[in-house]
Design a protein around this ligand. Structure first.
Ligand code: GLA
Length: 392
């Protein structure tokens, strides 16, 4: 893993001067609570040890320059003029950081241009929020350098706004909140109706996996099905339609106890299935959180697997690769497993006894080999810190 000094050196070799600060913002996995964010519901993400590191120096000439150590061409610098930034104007990965600078200016902060150097080890296209990591690193570094005084929650909202409006992705707040606000050793219980931690609803929940002799295994299927973006937007529209038909502001407002009667009022089987996933998923987040509060870590396993079945059968965002990975992990002894993130590929998480981790990962690799699929990538993760300054 690249450390902060290497990132500072990388900055110098591209821009010829030293950076003012180095920040990092992590990727995430969601323990439970999928597609609930845009239904005003509950989620429980952790931040990954994998992060985007960002070295920055402000500029006074209204220019934004961006370089990524992961750029395929190695040395390319994208140069943008702040005054010309408009939604949709910056293609590719640079749109995420540029969108954040645009959003800051839109929000009335007269921030200057900058030289930005990124170095990330968050796997891209794996459903682990590499784009939120880019956004949240830029938001946090600008907040710091320009003395904006924004809270991590406000920076997450601003980053989401950049992704929604500048990049044009209709995502919820899950990824950016996780990247900005998570804490080491903790999962973040999020109630989207009440994300300000001062209100006491959204809060850190201790998740000491190592202390319990457990491991959280991430298995990246390396698959991303092409229709994912359209299917995400379609699910979101379906939820909004169902809420409107039920006369509710959002599906979050449908109590679990009223689910069956509400389903009878919905005309289409497709809408009923969406509602069933969201309402049962919100309930699973609350149950998992209560179990973590009680220190009963192993007991969350079956709820994770149940959540996967709900995504597969009701929300229909799973795919053959994630289903096989989950089924194989559970059959090989995982306490529970589920796809994490938006769906249609990406990664699964499996909660396993420490001694079983290698066996579970090997079983999934073998199952993929038997299908003739590319070997998935696996690694274990611990709940890590949200965005933080590394230098000075
Ligand atoms: C993607 C989106 C999030 C959230 C998840 C599903 O990661 O960016 O806002 O909706 O999918 O839980």
């Amino acid at each position: 893993m690249t450390d902060q000094h290497a990132v500072a050196k990388g900055f110098e070799s591209v821009y010829g001067t030293a950076p003012q600060v180095v920040w990092q913002a992590p990727g995430r996995v969601n323990v439970i609570g999928e597609h609930t964010d845009y239904n005003d519901g509950f989620m429980l993400p952790i931040a990954l040890p994998h992060a985007t590191r960002l070295a920055v120096a402000l500029r006074e000439d209204g220019v934004l320059r961006l370089h990524s150590a992961q750029s395929p061409d190695g040395s390319g610098v994208t140069e943008l003029v702040l005054a010309e930034l408009v939604p949709g104007s910056v293609p590719g990965w640079a749109g995420y950081p540029a969108g954040v600078v645009w959003a800051l200016r839109e929000a009335g902060h007269d921030v200057p241009g900058a030289d930005l150097y990124f170095d990330s080890d968050v796997p891209v296209g794996a459903g682990l929020s590499s784009s939120a990591a880019l956004e949240c690193a830029v938001a946090a570094a600008y907040n710091d350098l320009c003395g904006l005084g924004m809270t991590p929650t406000q920076l997450a909202l601003l980053s989401q706004h950049a992704e929604n409006e500048f990049v044009g992705v209709p995502c919820g707040i899950l990824d950016q909140l996780a990247s900005s606000c998570c804490a080491e050793g903790m999962a973040l219980f999020v109630d989207v109706r009440s994300i300000d931690p001062a209100e006491g609803r959204t809060r850190q929940v201790p998740l000491d996996l190592a202390g319990a002799g457990l491991v959280l295994l991430v298995i990246d299927t390396l698959v991303k099905h092409a229709h994912a973006d359209g299917a995400y937007a379609e699910r979101r529209r379906g939820c909004e339609k169902a809420a409107a038909l039920l006369g509710l502001p959002a599906l979050r407002d449908l109590p679990y106890a009223d689910l069956d009667t509400a389903l009878e009022r919905l005309p289409e089987a497709g809408l009923r299935a969406l509602v069933r996933h969201i309402v049962t998923e919100d309930a699973r987040v609350e149950r998992v959180t209560a179990l973590l509060d009680a220190g009963e870590l192993r007991a969350i396993g079956p709820l994770l697997t149940e959540g996967h079945a709900s995504m597969r059968d009701d929300y229909r965002i799973s795919c053959a690769e994630t289903d096989l990975a989950v089924d194989t992990a559970v059959a090989a002894g995982a306490l529970g497993a589920r796809m994490t993130g938006g769906g249609f590929g990406g990664s699964i998480i499996a909660l396993v006894e420490k001694d079983d981790a290698d066996g579970v990962a090997a079983a999934v690799r073998e199952a993929f080999a038997a299908q003739g699929w590319a070997e998935p990538r696996d690694f274990t993760v611990v709940p890590s810190a949200g965005a933080r300054r590394l230098l000075p």
